[in-house]
Design a protein. Sequence first.
Length: 307
Amino acid sequence: MTIVEQGSGMPPQAAPDLIKETTTQSFVKDVIEESRRQPVLIDFWAPWCGPCRQLTPVLEKAVRAAKGKVKLVKMNIDEHPSIPGQMGIQSIPAVIAFVGGQPADGFMGALPESQVNAFIEKLTKGVPAIGEPNIADILKEAEAVLAEGDPAGAAQIYAEALALDATNIAALAGLAKCYLTTDAIEQAKQTLAMVPESRRNDPAVKAVQAAIDLAEQAQSVGPVTELEQRIAANPLDHQARFDLATALNALGSRKEATDQLLNIVKRDRKWNEDGARKQLVQFFEAWGGADEATIDGRKRLSTILFS
């Protein structure tokens, strides 16, 4: 993976496209279409406008300081009156912010530098600057690497995301999952403990917590062969079957684990206070709603419960 380090990107003055003049003909391309990639400010001005001459250098400085989070497009209303007319611009300077192809905010008059900076900061919150890695892209890459069976590599990528945002819930949950995949249960628990209490119900956090609980349960059950022998000797030994399901899940045998718990539900729904069904629900939470084993298991469980 290659992530561009902060400070190694193109300097603002080397990115001339950050600031440009537009015309009636190029307005759609320069403003509407471009705003679907990042916010764009359209500055309506005229050569005879004194406040415009005060505002323009302030705008340009603020846009360059934003390092690519926003672009500035200037339109001379004397040469191109139709667009400002359509937008109802009655006085200048007027600055309109476009986001996602639509006007999103704006201001009139020559604001001081501090207010212009605050306006741009509010507009670009969460938008990566040129040369800054995008956390969403980093998280996607980490998920892909983990899915390919490389938890160590995925952990390094999640750590990079946390270096940018130490409180990122998806990164914390992902890193905990990496530890869990390598049986480092204590490290997984320590990582998940960094999640604020108010975010403990986040689906990603709940899934990893469920997986940690199941992994700890698996440590306390006997070997698979021993449990299978107990069930062969007594098919009604629900505890042995329950423990076997827990052990099989820890080995990644999800369908087989589901089979054992469904067998208990079929034979004795009330066993251990509905323990088999509750364990299945915990399996599903740990595996995730989109997992094939979860989808199949839920269908089979519903068939048993409502037949």
